[in-house]
Design a protein around this ligand. Structure first.
Ligand SMILES: [Zn+2]
Length: 155
């Protein structure tokens, strides 16, 4: 049986740090949900946690297939936010290498997507929903259809 070895992973120093370093984002609560609700209310439609390219092993947090825009909501720690990105001192070399790989992978993903005509918007987890929505809608342009209330069905 194949199990992933977790023994190489050093323990985080304290609970606060452990939580801020957690990979597990609560996708359906909090700021990301606020961003999604606002975009939807503005008339934008998107896919959530979707692969923009079938042969690229990456899922966008929000994917606008028609306009070819991918939004990633990045954790400040894992993606080295310029304001909050830190390198833990404990096991520093291990973490530096790991985070370097993450950031390099982000850039490689952007290049692969750009080659196929996709644009990437990266939102930091610390950004307010207002700021995030402003940046996303700037990339998208106006929604294709204005929000409308209960369109009548064709008979
Ligand atoms: Zn940050």
């Amino acid at each position: 049986m194949l199990t992933e070895s977790r023994s190489a992973r050093p323990q985080a120093v304290d609970e606060h740090k452990r939580r801020s370093m957690s990979r597990q984002r609560s996708r359906d609560t909090g700021p990301e949900m606020a961003v999604r609700r606002r975009l939807h209310a503005l008339g934008y439609r998107y896919r959530v946690d979707h692969r923009p390219l079938p042969d690229l092993r990456v899922r966008g947090d929000l994917v606008f297939t028609r306009t070819r825009v991918v939004v990633f909501v990045d954790g400040c720690f894992w993606h080295r936010c310029p304001q909050h990105g830190t390198s833990p001192r404990h096991n520093g070399a291990w973490w530096r290498a790991k985070l370097d790989i993450n950031v390099a992978r982000d850039r490689a993903t952007e290049r692969s997507l750009a080659k196929d005509g996709w644009r990437v918007v990266r939102i930091w987890e610390h950004e307010t929903p207002d700021d995030a929505v402003a940046r996303i809608t700037a990339a998208l342009g106006p929604p294709r259809s204005a929000p409308r209330a209960a369109a009548p069905h064709h008979p």
